[in-house]
Write a protein of this length. Structure first.
Length: 310
């Protein structure tokens, strides 16, 4: 466990007392963005004044550029208080099953469902780190069919590999010392070679050891070492245990939290599920990522790096 992980609030009471005010939230953002002190994103200068006219905004003493502590995060230009953003990110990051817009509206006392819905949608969009590393080492991959519901229809239970009227999902799980690490899930149009090759190549690094069943679409993926298991009498959940467990958890989650997933926005729900799975042991990192800190913060400009080295 890292030092920042240990500093992360362990309970609602601790979180509430720590992030009770706008300035406490802004202070946290400042420390996470500029651990060595303010750095101007324009010129790399380190001297700045805190403006009185704009909330939590610094003006560079060298180039006059104004930088808000929320610039570059999902809170940028939001009218909602930082405390609301922090609470929403905390609830989303720590709830093992996620939280619906309606629950968020009730728990945070938000004036409208629309505000809660927008908050959820923005946080959910922050759930894919554009710079995430591909899966590597040993990876199990498989594909599945998810039943979906429409407004009035019950969930349709599908059968077989044909994709008519069903949602098709490809998945991969990275295995390290017999334990699952990170996962990927993607909506696909079919179980053909084109779709599954595209999924695997987008999800794993070069020279990954890929394990699948003997479905022919996985054959001859370039730069991947492939081991196809002929299942025969051996059940798939024994040959490919982790990807099967991921799929069954996904289906249970979809039924439990959303009463069956819908076709629209399915990829966003898959992203939310994967986000939570990949960060199940690092809630602190999940919280920071959701607020848009860290992953999207640009590295220090070159002059600053030189100055620190000197
Ligand atoms: Zn500057």
């Amino acid at each position: 466990m890292s030092a920042s992980e240990r500093r992360f609030p362990r309970s609602l009471i601790e979180f509430q007392s720590r992030f009770a005010t706008e300035s406490a939230c802004a202070q946290y953002l400042f420390e996470r963005r500029w651990p060595q002190g303010f750095v101007c994103p324009g010129c790399g200068g380190g001297r700045a004044w805190l403006l009185k006219s704009k909330a939590f905004t610094y003006e560079c003493a060298d180039c006059d550029r104004q930088t808000s502590v929320t610039a570059g995060t999902i809170m940028h230009a939001s009218k909602l208080p930082l405390t609301i953003w922090f609470w929403a990110a905390f609830l989303m990051a720590t709830h093992s099953n996620g939280i619906s817009a309606l629950q968020l509206q009730n728990q945070l006392g938000l004036g409208s469902y629309r505000t809660a819905w927008m908050l959820c949608a923005k946080l959910r969009r922050a759930m894919v780190n554009p710079e995430r590393e591909p899966l590597s080492g040993l990876v199990e991959a498989d594909e599945t069919i998810i039943p979906f519901r429409t407004k009035n229809d019950p969930v349709v239970m599908p059968a077989g590999r044909s994709g008519i009227g069903k949602m098709l999902v490809a998945g991969a799980v990275e295995i390290d010392s017999g334990k699952p690490r990170r996962a990927r899930l993607k909506v696909i149009e079919g179980f053909g070679k084109h779709e599954l090759h595209a999924f695997v190549l987008g999800a794993v690094a070069l020279q990954t050891r890929l394990v699948t069943d003997d479905w022919p679409s996985y054959r001859n993926i370039p730069a991947v070492r492939h081991n196809a298991i002929t299942l025969g009498p051996m059940a798939a959940h024994i040959a490919l245990p982790w990807i099967h467990r991921l799929f069954s958890n996904l289906k249970r989650w979809g039924l439990g939290v959303y009463h069956g997933l819908r076709k629209t926005n399915l990829q966003h729900y898959l992203d939310e599920f994967v986000f939570r799975f990949n960060r199940r042991r690092t809630r602190h990192a999940a919280f920071d990522t959701l607020l848009g800190i860290g992953a999207r913060t640009a590295p220090a400009p070159y002059p600053v790096l030189i100055r620190k080295a000197a």
